[in-house]
Ligand binder design. Sequence first.
Ligand code: KIV
Ligand code: ZN
Length: 519
Amino acid sequence: MTISREANRVIIFDTTLRDGEQSPGASMNLEEKLRIAATLEEMGVDVIEAGFPIASNGDFESVREIGRVVKNSTVAGLARAARMDIDRAAEALQYAERKRIHTFISTSPLHMKYKLQMEPSAVLQAVTDSVTHARNLVEDVEWSAEDGSRTEIDFLCRCVEAAIKAGATTINIPDTVGYAVPEEYGALFRTLIERVPNSDKAIFSVHCHNDLGLAVANSLSGVANGARQIECTINGLGERAGNAALEEIVMALRTRSDVMPYANGIRTEHITRASRLVSTVTGFAVQPNKAIVGANAFAHESGIHQDGMLKNAQTYEIMTPESVGLNRSTLVMGKHSGRAAFRAKLKELGYEDMGDNAINDAFRRFKDLADRKKDVFDEDIVALVDDEVGRQHDRVKFLALQVVAGSRGPQHAVLEIEVDGKALPPVVSFGNGPVDAVLNAIRSAFPHEARLQLYQVHAVTAGTDAQAEVTVRLEENGKTVNGQGADADTLVATARAYIHALNKLLVKRQKTAPAAMSA
Ligand code: KIV
Ligand code: ZN
């Protein structure tokens, strides 16, 4: 895909894997990042910002591997205005068919004085030097003015002009701290485009944080005033209050094309799947009333609304559930469904390239679930499959669990696990409640020091026989990982989720990384 430069075409730049991953606790492993990148590519995202290669070996590896497999989207790597950062980004992008170095430096008085401790003249020089160096390594260079929305306009104009002169093809003006309001942010783009003499040689980009809940409105205002790239994340994931949400921007553009006539390449039917994947992998649940992807976004509860919907869906629905990928299923699954139907269902749900082992494991669990649960919904299958993908090489595996709960107590758990292919003898542990007993049993069977940071349960579907999906976040030596588990039994899902997180920590332990860094 070549990025279209038609006047009204907006480039969608997704930074879920970089700015999104900077949210505390949202760290993802390589396999998860590859799955998200593949989903973004399929969705038609123009640019995938895959990481900040100098920040850690893990980030470097993710950018390199995403660059290796992604063919249709441009892959971007972030770099500060330093040769070392830029060289590392170029190295990480070595295999990418379409690559972009995204280099940035702060330009606001506050950031220059306190964060950088640099004079404006030195910052201006760094803009030229960093972009020139990046341009010597790749064709496609984006330059960002960090804290751009709080930068003095004359100085910003000079920096932008210098960046374009040095070869930047995209100019990004972030509202780093989410301080701007729509009219003001839009006017900033109008002024820059009017005043900077070479502004016609670059595409201007919006990058908004959501501290005041204005990230999407600010982004759209920037576009109305000449910006033609939008930086955003799935589910609005991102530091503090997050970034502008991709799904909200894209559906606003689609639904209100009458007043915002800007085209983009996003296949919106992939939105729901992308949202779910990001939420599962990060453990950041989507609030039920979240626009576009919340569980209630297309639910009509009140009698008056339901009556209107039955007469004509447009009475209360401004976009269809199908347009964001909430399809009515064509294949209904139950206990009589065979392996071929299961495979077809996986395909329908977008799991195109699962290995045979993972399919077999998921199929076994599906049959087990179908025996216990009357209706097996698509959500159940997605939860089961997410619980299997990428777990074939786990060192610690769940085998069985028996729990005594209730008011009489003592609550205790009998747990069986396998470590490195060898089944351990059952372990019995007591606890202050069944969850505590289960986690104590895991700690006793496989001793470790990690601390539990998050324990979250949500029902995959309605009904008392619904599967529970549990997310567990563990922390060890400053590194955090998220684990997920799904089962009709909440305690089994708990054990699976905890063991999943533990396996991720074991992999992390093997990798040595320099001190973490953030943009
Ligand atoms: O918010 C911000 O300023 C950023 C830049 C590094 C682009 O994320
Ligand atoms: Zn940001």
